[in-house]
Design a protein around this ligand. Structure first.
Ligand code: PMT
Length: 222
């Protein structure tokens, strides 16, 4: 496909964690640094695509030439992604979207109780990539799967359940997947897959994008 297989294509990438506010000073978040998603955005740009990056709260510089939209919660991210998905050819969901949020966000800082447990009631967040899967004119959908065990089985199940085209599975845990500069990915699509061994996220993202471009172009008969 040459050096720039995604020339003229629009790619939308999500990256980073989401923060679900408990009160004005506390939130529920996760360990995602955004590094993987930012590397994917830069790799898609290098593959010739026009790239939009929807980023949760992270402290990373925007890759040159990439349009960035900052969000905080999963619902903010869903709104931004749904808006930007119109006209996108490919969506790559590298964000670690919070599955739950507090039912209520307190207006003022919660005070300590008298020693009795504090209970937080949580509501399920929308599944962003699954909501894209049900759109009539949907982009080619690539999800990530962050697992601590049974990588292959859980990832393939996620791909089918969410109705997406491809999934990039990584093992996560202390020093693995999240935050660190290196990662390894197991890729799955309906009738195949590929293993990408441990390497810097920048290089891994380039290889991932090459696979995505190949599957995407095969799907549209190019
Ligand atoms: O950011 P880094 O520190 O570099 O770490 C990279 C990473 C480990 C966060 C990244 O490689 C990764 O695995 N991202 C996905 C993390 C995740 O939330 O996976 P999941 O298995 O919970 O979700 C599966 C897929 O559904 C993902 O594409 C996710 O974006 C999407 N999803 C999940 C929940 C939800 N409510 N909406 C979604 O769209």
């Amino acid at each position: 496909f040459g050096e720039q297989p995604l020339r003229g294509r629009r790619v939308l990438v999500s990256a980073g964690p989401t923060y679900e506010d408990i009160d004005p000073v506390r939130f529920i978040g996760n360990r995602s640094s955004g590094r993987m998603g930012f590397a994917v955005a830069a790799a898609a740009r290098d593959a010739g695509a026009e790239v939009t990056l929807v980023a949760g709260p992270v402290s990373l510089p925007t890759p040159a030439g990439v349009t960035r939209i900052d969000v905080r919660s999963a619902r903010d991210m869903q709104e931004a992604v749904l808006k930007a998905a119109r006209g996108s050819d490919i969506y790559i969901g590298a964000a670690a979207v919070g599955d739950y949020r507090p039912v209520d966000t307190a207006d003022h800082k919660l005070k300590k109780t008298d020693g009795s447990p504090l209970r937080l009631e949580l509501a399920e967040n929308p599944d962003i990539i699954a909501s894209l899967a049900s759109l009539p004119d949907r982009p080619f959908l690539v999800g990530f799967a962050a697992e601590t065990k049974e990588l292959a089985a859980y990832a393939q199940d996620k791909m089918l359940r969410k109705g997406i085209d491809m999934i990039a599975a990584n093992e996560v845990g202390p020093g693995r997947g999240f935050e660190v500069a290196e990662n390894a990915l197991q890729l799955y699509w309906r009738d195949g897959g590929a293993a990408l061994s441990r390497m810097p996220k920048t290089e891994l993202a380039r290889r991932l994008v090459a696979h995505i471009a190949q599957r995407f172009l095969a799907g549209i008969g190019t």
